[in-house]
Design a protein around this ligand. Structure first.
Ligand SMILES: Cc1cc2nc3c(=O)[nH]c(=O)nc-3n(C[C@H](O)[C@H](O)[C@H](O)COP(=O)(O)OP(=O)(O)OC[C@H]3O[C@@H](n4cnc5c(N)ncnc54)[C@H](O)[C@@H]3O)c2cc1C
Length: 354
């Protein structure tokens, strides 16, 4: 039986980038994917490369910051269409207007690469006429990029194949260490062997890690979004936050390439069903001066939240040939190139130790 240098479980943005990183260093890689490339959150997200990051002290913040710097070159290499834009947070009431300096200061503490500005309402409305009139002032943060995540995943899958990475369809059911190798059993594919395994199975990663004895609790929360055409929006527009900005990844009106616009996501509590398209539209339509046309698509993705709300990258204690990526929630898309570098270097050090 062929023994692969590395098996990567899951062809999401993290798994594909990890496979590409490994292949670029001469490692023979097989990616095993249960559905299709991008079958999980990687093609069902808002497509925003975030500038405002999670609070300091979290790996999520550090990797998203690094990832954001790596993207421009990556998008150019892959030829992925994208929009360079800004985030506008309009103040519509006197209270919000008075709070804009506080909001700008809190965002400054969280933002990477970009300083928020406070602008006059009429200047913002001139630039973004699709906004509901009556803006008094707005906090504006530059340096954002948006993209269609399905396009990104499909380009990454093509690039991986071009670089000699194998992509096979099968759901990994068990992983075990035997005789100095990792043995994987997957439906459709049977038994596979590798010298190192990287578990980037997104919502499925915790289950595989648990099976191997790594007890990490991960909760899933549904995030719902609607996709529209003819909304004429060119900036990301978000509601003025009512409870501080510690978690800044609330939904927004988000321009995508090709004149498309995403509304959302709105997240349900773990275990609850996703919000309906009508609920999503009604939450954001108040930011716009027109009623959004019926959505072209309703998109639901699942956020995978680890207990400390941080990414976990761990070498398995029992089977040191296995590396797990757990709790890869937002800004996981932004962080993906940096996550992949970390995971690839962990895998390379396993291969070197053998
Ligand atoms: C609604 C929503 C909006 C978001 N918006 C943003 C955003 O704007 N910006 C941002 O930075 N981040 C965003 N995120 C987060 C981002 O989408 C994720 O962090 C990122 O896509 C995770 O990628 P991944 O490769 O780790 O996982 P996934 O994309 O979930 O990939 C895992 C893959 O593994 C496969 N798989 C699972 N189990 C198995 C198994 N047993 N065997 C084989 N294959 C398996 C799945 O089919 C899947 O294809 C958002 C997330 C959600 C849910």
């Amino acid at each position: 039986m062929r023994v692969w240098d590395a098996i990567v479980v899951g062809a999401g943005v993290v798994g594909l980038l990890t496979a590409i990183e490994l292949a670029s260093r001469g490692v023979e890689v097989l990616v095993v994917e249960a559905e299709r490339p991008g079958g999980g959150a990687s093609s069902r997200n808002a497509g925003v490369l975030h500038v405002v990051q999670p609070p300091p002290g979290r790996l999520r913040r550090r990797l998203a910051y690094e990832g954001l710097k790596l993207y421009p070159r990556l998008l150019e290499d892959l030829g992925v269409e994208h929009v360079e834009t800004e985030l506008i947070i309009p103040a519509y009431t006197r209270v919000q207007e008075a709070l804009t300096p506080i909001l700008a200061a809190s965002i400054k503490a969280l933002a990477a690469h970009s300083k928020p500005k406070i602008e006059r309402g009429r200047d913002v409305l001139r630039r973004e006429p699709a906004l509901r009139p009556g803006v008094r002032r707005a906090v504006v943060v530059g340096g954002y990029i948006t993209l269609d995540p399905e396009e990104l995943v499909s380009r990454l899958a093509d690039k991986a194949v071009e670089m000699g990475v194998g992509i096979a369809r099968g759901r990994v059911e068990t992983i075990a260490c035997r005789n100095g190798q990792v043995e994987v059993i997957a439906d459709r594919l049977g038994t596979l062997e590798a010298r190192v395994l990287v578990n980037t199975a997104g919502a499925g990663a915790a289950e595989l890690a648990r099976q191997m004895g790594l007890g990490v609790e991960v909760k899933l929360a549904a995030g719902a979004m609607t996709l529209h055409r003819r909304l004429g929006v060119s900036s990301i527009v978000s509601w003025f936050p009512s409870r501080g900005v510690r978690e800044t990844k609330g939904g927004a009106v988000i321009p995508w390439p090709g004149g498309r616009v995403i509304l959302g996501p709105t997240f349900s509590k773990p275990g609850q069903p996703p919000h309906s398209p009508e609920e999503v539209v009604s939450r954001y339509s108040g930011l716009l001066n027109v009623e959004p046309p019926s959505p072209e698509r309703y998109i639901v993705g699942y956020r995978t939240m680890a207990s400390k709300r941080d990414f976990i990258l761990a070498r398995d204690e029992r089977c040191g040939l296995t590396i797990h990526a757990l709790g890869i929630e937002s800004p996981g898309l932004t962080a993906a190139p940096a996550l992949a570098r970390r995971l690839a270097s962990m895998a390379l050090s396993v291969l070197k130790d053998l």
